[in-house]
Ligand binder design. Structure first.
Ligand code: UD1
Length: 348
């Protein structure tokens, strides 16, 4: 019998790609999402891409802080595991509105964990972030590095990781995998689902994409004086489909009786500079991205990339795609949906 997985935040960028891989992998999937920062069109598109497996997807509009609704959901369906994506994720906004971040991310998560425990569902995959490594003393980052946070968004990831470790300490029935994502980019190769941020994008590739389609005039490069190959910041960009597949590998790992609370990096192990990424995207799109060189962005670090050893060894998972494929698929999504899911010009 197939497993039934609850995916919180399943209409978002990482969530929607993961839901598609789950369906294609034969899982039954229930999505709960408040659609505050995502679109139900993503769910429709996932259904189209899943073909006959679309019948295994159901969607509930709901907020994790609505405990009675969550209770009702867990009373009506039995879940084998939960993949928990739902949360706010803009660093700058989190500095402006810390209580909103603590309320959404922490309160929502605590209510989710309480309801899970009450219904005997104690298998969890949580979306953490490489942000917990801060400015690492050395690279590649291994999972045993010291962790911290420099802004409220990062603190919510850090706190939830700690809450998970405490839960496992108090009750060894919990099986928890914390996935630390590096920089997810690109889109499903169909170009039907992708990242669709509201407002001006904070992250590099969504911003570059909006410049390429003519929505924004130029990309500001935050810092050209880092001690890197060309002075710009270096990150570990990972194709969103590879990242989504990492969740399937994590679910399989949760079947291992000896798993407690474990953390894994999901990255490629390769560092790419801003200039290198822009050049790859210009090549993929055939568009010139005008650049404005500017000072460093507060809170940014110089070079961050993952050690992938632990995930390769223990999850039997390894990223398959390189930056050319990431940029090609990003452009395919952008050119088909220049204004995202609500795009009038959408060809789908
Ligand atoms: C950012 C967040 C991080 C979060 C992650 C995923 C910050 C400081 N960090 O990571 O906490 O987990 O997103 O959402 O916001 N860049 C430009 N111009 C731009 C945008 C970015 O030059 O318009 C540069 C940055 O300086 C950096 C690189 O591109 O060197 C990647 O930036 P970004 O995509 O925002 O990711 P991170 O900063 O790694």
């Amino acid at each position: 019998m197939s497993q039934k997985i609850l995916v919180t935040g399943g209409a978002g960028y990482i969530g929607s790609h993961t839901v598609l891989q789950l369906l294609l992998g034969g899982y039954e999937t229930v999505v709960i999402d408040n659609l505050d920062n995502s679109s139900d069109i993503a769910i429709h598109r996932v259904r189209e891409l899943a073909g006959p497996n679309a019948q295994n997807l159901s969607f509930r509009k709901g907020d994790l802080r609505d405990k009675p609704a969550l209770e009702e959901l867990f009373a009506s369906e039995k879940f084998d595991a939960v993949i928990h994506f739902a949360g706010l994720k803009a660093v700058g906004e989190s500095v402006q509105k810390p209580l909103s971040y603590y309320d959404n991310n922490l309160i929502g998560t605590i209510i989710l964990f309480k309801v899970m425990a009450a219904h005997g569902c104690k298998k969890l995959v949580f979306s953490s972030s490489a942000t917990v490594y801060g400015w690492p003393e050395k690279v590649p980052c291994t999972e045993d590095f010291p962790i911290g946070a420099t802004n409220p968004y990062g603190r919510t990831k850090l706190f939830i990781e700690e809450i998970c470790r405490d839960m496992y300490q108090s009750d060894s029935e919990w099986k928890i995998i914390l996935l630390r994502y590096f920089n997810p980019v690109g889109a499903h190769p169909s170009g039907h689902i992708g990242e669709d941020p509201r407002g001006i994008p904070n992250n590099l590739m969504p911003f570059a994409q909006q410049v390429a389609v003519g929505r924004l005039p130029a990309l500001t490069v935050f810092g050209t004086d880092y001690n890197t190959v060309d002075g710009t910041g270096v990150r570990d960009y990972i194709h969103i489909v590879d990242l989504a597949d990492g969740h399937i590998a994590a679910l399989s790992k949760l079947e291992n009786p000896s798993i407690g609370c474990e953390v894994y990096n999901l990255g490629t192990g390769n560092g790419t500079s801003v200039f290198q990424m822009v050049a790859a995207f210009e090549k993929a799109s055939g568009k010139e991205i005008p650049l404005i060189k500017s000072g460093r962005r507060a809170g940014d670090c110089e070079t961050v990339y993952a050690s992938t050893d632990k995930a390769e060894r223990e999850l039997n998972w390894k990223a398959k795609y390189g930056i050319d494929e990431m940029c090609e698929d990003q452009w395919n999504w952008a050119s088909k949906n220049p204004y995202g899911y609500e795009s009038q010009e959408s060809t789908t």
